[in-house]
Design a protein around this ligand. Structure first.
Ligand code: BGC
Length: 460
């Protein structure tokens, strides 16, 4: 088959027009409503964060925070300087595969060691002598980028983790307990005062710089979003809890939108199904697997394999290494899409990770780049669905607001070429330019660390 006819069919499958996005938006809207009333058991969505206060931007002080994502652990001492300004002193560690897939207590001990290192060396000057020696308890805000069934602002049951984490003996345990046990084993006087999802952290951190922020979106290895919901609508929370707050209170909700969607209405292509089948957690996070940074490269690889098999790419030879699932990271897509060097030098360098029978031709590289564009454009449209459904859930366009601020953090959004413009375009196509212009997409790069510190402060 020729490359042209293959592209025709792949483009047809991956292009999401307004009509094709509609069932997803509708499905997400109804999942929001169902999630708000269904008590969280097991794999939950629409998780109440118990955070009901937003920062004003003038708060000050130094707070400890910990941010665990799919790739990095960041432990930080965050100085809130007022005027929306912060200084972050952080220690970054990357867990090995052994740590991510081993015994839970070993993993938490590893975190406790890093925390000790931050307090006693890197950020020692920011704490009092009593805090460093452990005489005085230090408050810690934990930003956990995985599903947690939150039971209080500082407590939450660990659910299935995803992102390559399959820790033993953690699911079903309280996250704060796991930390406190490790801190006790390592003689650290640190208390978890807040547990938050990274999206809640992003929303709060961005609200510190722009209080108009109504959605915190992460578009990185995974995808997810948080927003403030009116308390009376969160009927999954027991009346005894709801009645503790004034009626007009809003509570931040971690939507876990990554888990939304089902085979019934997500336009899954044969490549999405193949990716899911080869994943160590099949049928989990189907929406996320269609669009986020952890998966885009593999989707490109699977499509490219069809082109190779049809003789339309690399002269029909599978380069050595390329046949292996997950061998084509999303980073290579970034390189291919941004490469403007003569003879596509940078792309060739990225592709040198594989062994070719004959060096790829310029046409091969152009084909592969076009596949990247197709996959990335769909990612942007699908990410826009998260924004659209939370704008609708909050009815933000109904009262003629023209300052709908979305704070966005995440490597895929910030570093993938043109991703921000593509998400914008998807919103323009959905709403039309005039209405879409009421939605401002702002970079919220101070995610987990600052958010963790702010919530530790707000909930102290
Ligand atoms: C996790 C979420 C997280 C999101 C963004 C998803 O895979 O389940 O809890 O917020 O990634 O990091």
């Amino acid at each position: 088959m020729s490359a042209d006819s293959l592209f025709q069919s792949v483009e047809k499958d991956f292009l999401l027009t307004r009509e094709q996005l509609k069932p997803i938006v509708d499905g997400f809207n109804s999942e929001c409503k169902i999630g708000l009333k269904t008590p969280s058991k097991g794999l939950a969505t629409m998780i109440p964060s118990f955070v009901t206060k937003m920062p004003q931007g003038n708060e000050t002080g130094t707070f400890l925070s910990l941010d665990l994502g799919g790739t990095n652990l960041r432990i930080a001492a965050v100085e809130l300087k007022g005027n929306g300004k912060t200084a972050v002193h952080e220690l970054k560690r990357r867990p090995t595969v052994e740590l991510k897939t081993g015994e839970g207590s070993v993993f938490f001990d590893w975190i406790a060691d890093a925390t000790h290192e931050l307090i006693t060396s890197e950020a020692k000057h920011l704490f009092t002598e009593d805090q460093v020696s452990g005489k005085e308890t230090l408050a810690l805000g934990v930003c956990w980028s995985f599903p947690v069934d939150q039971t209080a602002v500082d407590r939450g049951t660990i659910l299935r983790m995803g992102k390559g984490f399959t820790l033993k003996n953690v699911e079903g345990h309280d996250l704060a307990d796991m930390f406190h046990e490790a801190f006790a084993r390592k003689n650290l006087n640190v208390k978890v005062t807040a547990i938050l999802n990274d999206t809640v952290g992003t929303l709060v951190a961005h609200a510190y710089t722009n209080p108009a922020c109504r959605i915190g979106l992460i578009f990185a290895t995974g995808i997810n979003a948080a927003y403030p919901e009116k308390l009376p609508l969160i009927t999954k929370l027991d009346e005894s809890i709801r009645s503790k707050y004034p009626e007009n209170t809003e509570m931040l909700i971690n939507t876990e939108i990554d888990i939304f969607g089902s085979e019934a209405y997500l336009p899954l292509t044969k490549y999405d199904l193949a990716l899911d089948a080869s994943h160590n957690q099949p049928k989990f996070q189907l929406y996320e697997k269609m669009l986020s940074g952890a998966y885009m490269g593999e989707l490109v690889r699977l499509i490219a394999m069809d082109f190779i098999k049809a003789g339309a790419l690399f002269e029909g030879h599978v380069p050595e290494g390329f046949g292996k699932p997950w061998s084509f990271p999303t980073m290579y897509m970034s390189t291919l899409e941004s490469d403007e060097t003569p003879d596509r030098k940078e792309s060739r360098e990225a592709l040198s990770a594989f062994n070719f029978v004959n060096a790829p031709t310029l046409n091969d590289i152009a084909i592969l780049t076009r596949i990247c564009r197709i996959v990335a454009a769909r990612s942007a449209s699908l990410a826009a669905v998260s924004i659209i459904s939370l704008v609708e859930q909050q009815k933000l366009l109904e009262n003629d607001r023209d300052d709908i601020v979305v704070g966005i953090n995440g490597s895929t959004y910030h570093f993938y070429p043109y991703m921000d413009r593509r998400v914008r375009r998807a919103l323009d196509e959905w709403y039309g330019k005039e209405i879409s212009s009421k939605i401002t997409l702002e970079n919220a790069t101070e995610g987990g660390s600052v958010g963790g510190a702010l919530i530790a402060m707000l909930c102290k």
